[in-house]
Design a protein around this ligand. Structure first.
Ligand code: BV8
Ligand code: ZN
Length: 249
């Protein structure tokens, strides 16, 4: 159930910024990282999602990414992803910032997407940086090699200790700085600098709403925390906008 203040804010909002995390893809069947069934339960991030781990054991890291890519090939966007596509159509200045690398927002039809942590479906050679997007993970045996120079190929995702794509990050910071409403959806809000975005929005006077299955550190600062599934709550935002057409506050 949406609060009266959120409905009023939505009706008057010119600019909205949404940050999503693994929780929005959970209902599609993509495991999250830190939840009860999280990926990190079976694997340790320091063993896998960092460059040194890749160099010392590229086959193991690729086994993990190939496993995740196979899951992503089998799943499809869920009502949470689709609701964000609809919101984008209704809000004049709408920015979707995602920590997810699963490409589900794009497959759902979102246009203006900022991928802070890269995209698992892209890969590149660590020596000559040639991109190779036709790696067949079904047949993959060990780390793929660059067709051009024989170098190791890595997934085009941001690992721990690696800097985020700076142009993408600065566009996300400016969207968070100018928005009227900031939504943090399906994220444990602990990975920085992505997790700093809702605080940037707060500092600039935005109304910050967290939509998540459980409380996080952000619960202490957000104006509202709506505990529940993204796939249930996000469509309510679209319904509210259609029931109370935008304009009056
Ligand atoms: C960097 C790889 C420095 C891709 C990932 C302060 C400033 C800067 C950096 C740091 C800092 N403090 C610490 C750091 C280091 C580190 C960091 O933040 N560590 C954390 C753990 C403390 N940050 C970095 O290393 C970043 N790099 O800043 O480099 C630098 C600076 C200059 C020069 C050189 C270097 C890089 C961060 C990116 C790391 N890459 N993954 C991949 O394999 O996917 S992080 C990993 O966690 C994923 O990418 C994911 O995107 C990210 C966040 O996880 P969530 O999406 O939040 O998922 P999670 O499972 O945690 O939570 C899901 C939530 O959903 C839960 O709360 C659950 O309740 C909820 N949920 C579940 N189902 C639903 C739901 N909600 C709604 N509906 C549902 N149905
Ligand atoms: Zn190469």
């Amino acid at each position: 159930m949406l609060s009266e203040s959120l409905i009023a804010k939505l009706r008057g909002a010119e600019s909205v910024c949404v940050l999503t995390g693994a929780g929005i893809s959970a209902e599609s069947g993509v495991p999250t990282f830190r939840g009860e069934d999280g990926l990190w339960k079976k694997f340790k991030p320091e063993e896998l999602a960092n460059f040194d781990a890749f160099i010392s054991n590229p086959d193991l890291v690729w086994e993990w990414y190939a496993y995740r890519r196979r899951i992503i090939q089998e799943v499809k966007p869920n009502p949470g992803h689709h609701a964000l596509v609809e919101l984008e159509k209704r809000i004049p200045d709408f920015t979707l910032v995602t920590q997810n690398v699963d490409n589900l927002h794009r497959r759902a039809g979102s246009n203006h997407i900022l991928e802070l942590h890269g995209n698992i479906e892209r890969s590149y050679c660590i020596d000559c940086r040639t991109f190779d997007s036709d790696i067949d993970v079904k047949e993959l045996k060990g780390v793929p090699r660059c067709k051009k120079c024989g170098g190791l190929i890595r997934p085009d995702v941001v690992w721990f200790g690696e800097i985020l794509p700076l142009a993408v990050l600065s566009e996300a910071v400016s969207a968070a700085s100018r928005c009227d409403i900031f939504f943090s959806v399906g994220t444990s809000a602990i990975v920085y600098p992505a997790a700093s975005l809702p605080y940037t929005a707060l500092e600039h006077g935005a109304y910050v709403v967290q939509i998540n299955r459980e409380h996080t550190d952000l619960s202490l600062s957000a104006h509202e925390t709506m505990l529940g599934k993204a796939g249930d709550i996000l469509p309510q935002l679209v319904e509210a906008l259609d029931k109370h057409p935008r304009g009056g506050v």
